[in-house]
Design a binder for this molecule. Structure first.
Ligand code: ATP
Ligand code: MG
Length: 250
């Protein structure tokens, strides 16, 4: 991370009033104490989508299994930058990184026992918590929400891997979270094999051919737009929050 993650040496002044101060990247941690809920899939999908819309994006992979970096390395043209970083000292400086519009941090399954991530959460604008909200993952999802909140970060659950269409499963998941006053993304990332195929074929989902990939892209764009509402204008139109026009395939 040394090349991309540089500090602002000797920088003085106020980032809010100094017009020359580069805008701080939006930092989004993606985590859930439950493994296999789609964290890495969502990180890769969101990063590729952001890159496609002209947002310079860095994926920071803090999972020792480094799935996000491995998958990104296999892509011919990911459209975003990526780095593996496990060093707590370096991760604690994530708030100093410049030059990106968006930093997405992929995390391992044991988020709530990992003090390194506690540090990352302190600097994150939001924690995206992917979950299918099945009986087995609901408890850990709620625990993750509490953990994230306890570390001063805004949690928002992202329903991932549910069947397409307005299903009873989705309704029940939303009701359950609403009763606990837990925020949920309005769009969800539906279960679609194309997410696996994109990684398998080394093609970012932003470039994957076909109508099903289009549906997946629509959902990812909607999630990214909702994330962008944290900082109006950062990702596109300040009033509508619409993302900039996608760039042609490179
Ligand atoms: N929306 C989706 N549609 C189809 N398959 C998905 C979706 N999301 C995740 N998957 C699949 O589910 C499996 C687990 O996903 P992924 O590796 O992204 O989860 P994870 O939370 O990062 O896991 P880990 O805790 O091991 O890091 C993968 O095979 C992935 O392709
Ligand atoms: Mg993962």
């Amino acid at each position: 991370m040394t090349t991309d993650m540089h500090r602002r040496p000797g920088r003085r002044g106020d980032p809010l009033t100094d017009p020359d101060w580069p805008p701080r990247p939006l930092i989004v941690a993606v985590g859930n104490g439950k493994g296999g809920v789609g964290k890495t899939t969502d990180v890769l999908g969101l990063a590729a989508t952001a890159g496609k819309h002209g947002i310079r994006t860095l994926v920071v992979d803090t999972d020792p299994q480094s799935s996000a970096v491995k998958a990104s390395t296999a892509l011919r043209n990911p459209g975003y930058e990526f780095v593996a970083e496990l060093d707590p000292g370096v991760l604690a400086r994530i708030g100093d990184v410049e030059g990106f519009g968006l930093i997405i941090v992929d995390t391992p399954g044991n988020i709530t026992t990992n003090e390194v991530l506690a540090k990352v959460l302190e600097y994150s604008d939001m924690a995206v918590i992917p979950s299918d909200m099945t009986v087995l993952s609901a408890t850990e999802t709620v625990e993750t929400v509490d953990y994230v909140t306890g570390h001063g970060c805004r949690p928002r659950v992202l329903l991932n891997g549910l069947p397409a269409g307005a299903s009873r499963v989705e309704l029940e998941a939303r009701l359950f979270l609403a009763r606990k006053a837990i925020q949920v993304f309005e769009p969800m990332i539906t279960r679609r094999a194309v997410h696996q195929h994109a990684i398998r074929d080394g093609i970012p989902i932003s470039e994957y051919p076909g109508d099903v990939a289009d549906l997946a892209r629509q959902e990812l764009r909607a999630v990214l737009t909702e994330i962008g509402q944290l900082r109006p204008g950062l990702f596109g139109d300040a009033e509508t929050g619409a993302l900039a026009t996608p760039m042609a395939a490179g």
